[in-house]
Design a protein around this ligand. Structure first.
Ligand SMILES: Nc1ncnc2c1ncn2[C@@H]1O[C@H](COP(=O)(O)OP(=O)(O)OP(=O)(O)O)[C@@H](O)[C@H]1O
Ligand SMILES: [Mg+2]
Length: 246
């Protein structure tokens, strides 16, 4: 990590038809860092990510990715960004390999390069034996892994992952953690959301705990545990006011 800021958000506010999803969120992420959003359902995690990925503008405030403004420089940002959305947006009419090939066209990747990359990516996510299988015949966990492969097709410098391991079995979850660590070692900057405390602790350099459209605190998992006592789950429960019975 060289301390260079890759993602920055200042005073982000987002209203959806009168619902305030983000109420003034500020964070910055440096090159090579893995930064995680933790927070209960509806906290605003996906909303913040959608703004960073140029899917929609904020109501007010600003955000930049790689020094470019998310409301002005969308195509330049998207070219250097990989996105694994929370919702499954795979093409159900196509096979596994074809999903990657079709997606590569959005980035104008030459066909031969795309074929080389897709073969390597399917190996990376352990789906090589499913290359010709149609998406509806994949398990939920396989679909998540295909979405991860798709997010990597343009060799992104910044990877945004919304609940990358939700629905994965323990083996696949650990395999994805290893893959994220490998990408980080290559210098990729990672922004992710998770509901798994173990994932936050193992994968994230820093976490932002969100609740009701605000960031309650941001720090390393270790510093949060030292400051509040207990494990990350108890810190999370304390700061979000949830109880284990919720
Ligand atoms: N398209 C939309 N239209 C209207 N309201 C929305 C829309 N998307 C999200 N919201 C609302 O914005 C708030 C934040 O939602 P968001 O999806 O950002 O939460 P989240 O932290 O990602 O939650 P989860 O853990 O369930 O994925 C919620 O109150 C949600 O109902
Ligand atoms: Mg979400």
């Amino acid at each position: 990590m060289d301390g260079q800021i890759v993602i920055s958000a200042t005073d982000l506010v987002k209203d959806y038809d009168g619902v305030r999803a983000l109420a003034g969120v500020r964070f910055s992420i440096v090159r090579g860092e893995c930064f995680g959003f933790l927070g209960p359902n509806g906290a605003g995690k996906t909303t913040a990510m959608r703004i960073v990925c140029c899917y929609m503008p904020p109501t007010s405030g600003s955000a930049s990715v790689l020094g470019m403004d998310v409301t002005r420089d969308c195509s330049a940002i998207k070219a250097r960004l990989g996105v694994m959305p929370q919702d499954d947006s795979l093409d159900v009419d196509l096979g596994v390999l074809e999903n990657l090939i079709v997606y590569s066209r959005y980035f104008d990747i030459p066909r031969t390069t795309a074929q080389e990359r897709t073969a390597a990516l399917l190996e990376f996510v352990e789906l090589s034996d499913k290359a010709s299988v149609k998406v509806p015949k994949l398990s939920g966990g396989m679909r998540r892994r295909l979405l991860l492969a798709r997010a990597l097709i343009n060799r992104p410098e910044v990877l945004v992952l919304d609940e990358p391991t939700t629905g994965l079995d323990p083996h696949s979850r650990r395999a994805v953690w290893d893959k994220l660590a490998a990408l980080k070692a290559e210098g990729t900057t990672l922004l992710l959301t998770t509901h798994y405390m173990e994932e936050a602790e193992r994968v994230c350099d820093r976490v932002a705990i969100m609740d009701s459209g605000r960031i309650v605190t941001t720090d390393t998992p270790k510093a949060l545990m030292e400051a509040h006592g207990g494990n990350l789950e108890s810190v999370y429960l304390k700061l979000t006011g949830r109880s284990l019975a919720d």
